[in-house]
Design a protein around this ligand. Sequence first.
Ligand code: AGP
Length: 583
Amino acid sequence: MCGIVGIIGKNIKTTEIFDKLEKLQYRGYDSAGICIEKDNKFYVHKETGIIDNLRKECPNLFGDVIIGHTRWATHGKVNKTNAHPILSANGCWAVVHNGIIENFAELKDKFASKDELITETDTEIVANILEKGKGKEDLQNFIFTCEQLKGSFALCVMKKGSKSLFIAKKKKPLYVQSIGNKTTIASDPICFEKGEYFKMEDGEYAVANFDNVRFFDCKGRLVSKQALKCFELVSQISKNGFEHFMLKEITETPQKIRGLCKHYQTIDWSFLKRWWINKVKLIGCGSAYHSCLVGAYYFRKHLNIDAEALPASEFLSDNAILDSSTLCVFVSQSGETADTISALKKALKKTKKIISITNVDYSTLASLSPIVLPICAGVEIAVASTKAYTCQIVSLYMLVMALKSKMRNAVRNVLNLSKRLDRFSLDVSKLAEAIKDQKNIFYIGRNLDYITALEGALKLKEISYINCNAYPAGELKHGVLALIQKDVPVIVLVSNKRLVQKTLNSAFEAKSRGAKLFLFHSQPLEKIDLNKFDGGFMLPNVNNDLTCIFETVALQLLAYNVSVMRGLDPDKPRNLAKSVTVE
Ligand code: AGP
């Protein structure tokens, strides 16, 4: 993953690059570093952990050329040596890199001697190939170096004294903005000011100087590029008074769902009517995979069509049986998830009936997809997906309703949901207190509740580091019950009237083995002895399709509370990153 930034201009302050790197921390925060050039000297500062650590340790410097990096480690331990920028052996080239150089071992043998390499990274060889290209022009040397690399990369490179930044990319995003006498390079346009910017394409090269940025093809010939408009407002990515992005983002859910509903009413759905579809595959990773499971349920229920959800990595590993009548739906908040992108490429070989549902309309996934539906969730910063997940579910619901020609019903149901969500608040602090020190937590439910259980358990494990697992309620007795001991919390989800009794029977079987039961239900339970539960919450019931959103929000709040009570940062869980751009 990793986030990279480069700035060239007059008297750029380190604080400016820290601010931009902070916006890229969703891409990884194992370590961070900068290299700034002043009076023909490179000043390099690196720290492990978040940008704030670097900000605290690095003196306030300013210079004319600066590059920065926030790392999610793939090659080499998390330490200062492996943190970027990485310098060439003679210290004249400094490189920040996002991606994986797959042939780095081979290149090391060819281009560097052992004592020249001091890091464990795959990036160091890039700096050293550049250093070796002595006879060549800088751009020629840079192109030659990039041509040696197999795998994926977004690179921003400084050469001492050149007063230039060299950039290129392959399979990883990279953007450029030139305003006045300043050019900024970044992994995501959220680092830019409002205005025009350029999206780098694979095989393109750019050189930024004080007064301009020029783009070249692989032969070093100048190319002209179409500028795009920067639409994000910086205010959208502030915490707005909330202690954490995660809580702010959960709170934004109803407003985002309303925006989505409004937008989906403007879409011309006639393309769907022209498609003959025999089956549906929905593909995503993590939470996006869970929303695919919900989507598959909607397809089966409302359209009586064979629909299956798959994690993108499994779709890639399997002999996927697709034909030109198969509809493939790809779901990804970032639109940059490597497995999902590879899965899309695999599907494109068999079918053109492809829809991608993403939050980032300039993402790689969007650019490769014949049809793109936006999630309309706005920027999501917290690593744990919240509003994007719920908006994905609403997108899928509206897509299915559009196919069923029931858009008006869908709009009514979604608007009703968003109104009820506006008034929805839940104090889960007592439950959070009760489970926060547990080692194992179980989530159970049936049908749609089971999918919500999967998502609830993922949310809690990723930001609390407690081992939480979700099971179909009916599966407990087939093995999992062996793990139930005295006081183990079991979170029980019940939203479907038809399944209430069966789910509760499973819960009581766990209770008989000593479990503590905590219930989230949206069905009246008059005949049930609530004393058998150690805690419970009654949630609003909108309809069988969308009530899962209340359960989801409740479980997001629970995970958030547990994380904070354990003294953790819910926005930046260990070992994870928001955008997973490696397979
Ligand atoms: C969710 O809380 C996760 N952090 C993670 O599972 C995420 O949903 C997954 O990595 C997919 O990301 P994407 O939606 O950007 O493709």
